[in-house]
Design a protein around this ligand. Structure first.
Ligand code: AMP
Length: 310
């Protein structure tokens, strides 16, 4: 258990039943989803609350995986016996940097959010992981003591729910997305310029992730860049969830220190990078169930040495 004076962090997003094909292996029906990856990663830094729904088809084994993380609260996870769990399939190409979506079955993501448990109302740090932007907006507005709300999004929502996405962006402090999504949203083929255009849509900062090339932070108060953790080919088993785990490590650190200024967010990017570097070493959440905070701290020290400039 982590003992800190950290501020409550809440997340909504998808809890998915994933099927993943990589050039070397295939995993069928495993626990995934933006919310699951985010919560597991953040839980190494602070306690994290989940508000999400699953259907009657959700395997008990998946619940048991989430229960292995001491710092995850499942009080806001609603099971809807008549509904279907979100399901997603993806296939990675040879270089493991690019993938295609094979299928997306929205299931409960097409329904309203569950009601917020009363004891979640004091949440101060809010993460809107990938899900329908209307539900992201619905969650973001429920916290009287909110200090920071950050969102993620992806191609599907840019394609099918752009008006709701723009409405969501107008009400959040930060957005995390990858370079292809930033280009799709802004029609600008340059990460920094695309991020600047997104700042005009509402957020105070934008983090553009560039896979093995790291990430860039574009903030109203400044600009920062961070390299990726240099994983080797044989270490990359399944990149799924790296983006969500990056956000989990980042938000977990911000909530742990209780600071939202530019420098704190810049440091948080390093914690996000290091936390995410473990996720890709196995399918699903497996690697995260094996490690402890000490492993993350050790790799952070190594990363600080690797990333030193000047
Ligand atoms: P990432 O690799 O970080 O982009 O996240 C992959 C996870 O996102 C997978 O576990 C999927 O279940 C989930 N996912 C895929 N598409 C969507 C979507 N349109 N909305 C919400 N979650 C999604």
């Amino acid at each position: 258990m982590i003992k800190t004076a950290s501020m409550p962090l809440i997340v909504t997003g998808s809890i998915g039943i994933d099927t993943i094909h990589t050039p070397r292996a295939k995993a069928e029906g495993i626990l995934g989803g933006s919310c699951a990856y985010f919560a597991a990663a953040a839980s190494f830094h602070v306690p994290v609350r989940i508000l999400a729904a699953v259907g009657g088809d959700w395997p008990d084994a998946h619940r048991q995986v989430l229960q292995r993380f001491d710092n995850i609260s499942l009080d806001g996870l609603e099971t809807r016996p008549q509904s279907k769990t979100f399901a997603w399939g993806g296939r990675y190409f040879d270089n493991m940097n690019q993938r295609e979506t094979l299928f997306t079955e929205l299931g409960v993501l097409d329904e309203d959010l569950p009601p917020l448990p009363e004891h979640y109302r004091d949440s101060e740090y809010v993460f809107l992981a990938n899900t329908h932007p209307a539900n992201q907006t619905a969650l973001a507005g429920q916290f009287p003591s909110r200090k920071l709300a950050v969102a993620d999004t992806m191609d599907l929502w840019i394609n099918i729910a752009q008006p709701e996405l723009l409405q969501m962006l107008a009400g959040v402090d930060g957005l995390v997305l990858n370079d292809a999504e930033a280009q799709q949203l802004t029609e600008i083929n340059n990460a920094v310029s695309a991020a600047r255009k997104i700042l005009d849509m509402g957020p105070t900062f934008v983090v553009v992730k560039k896979g093995e090339h790291g990430a860039v932070l574009v903030h109203r108060d400044g600009l920062a860049t961070i390299p990726a953790y240099p994983s080797e080919h044989h270490q990359v088993v399944d990149p799924t969830g790296a983006g969500d785990a990056f956000a989990g490590g980042m938000m977990g650190h911000i909530a742990a220190v209780g600071m939202t200024d530019f420098a704190s967010i810049q440091t948080a990017l390093a914690w996000g990078t290091v936390t995410a570097s473990f996720v890709i070493e196995s399918f699903g959440l497996n690697r995260l169930t094996e490690i402890s905070r000490r492993d993350i701290d050790e790799r952070m020290r190594e990363f600080q040495g690797l990333a030193r400039v000047g």
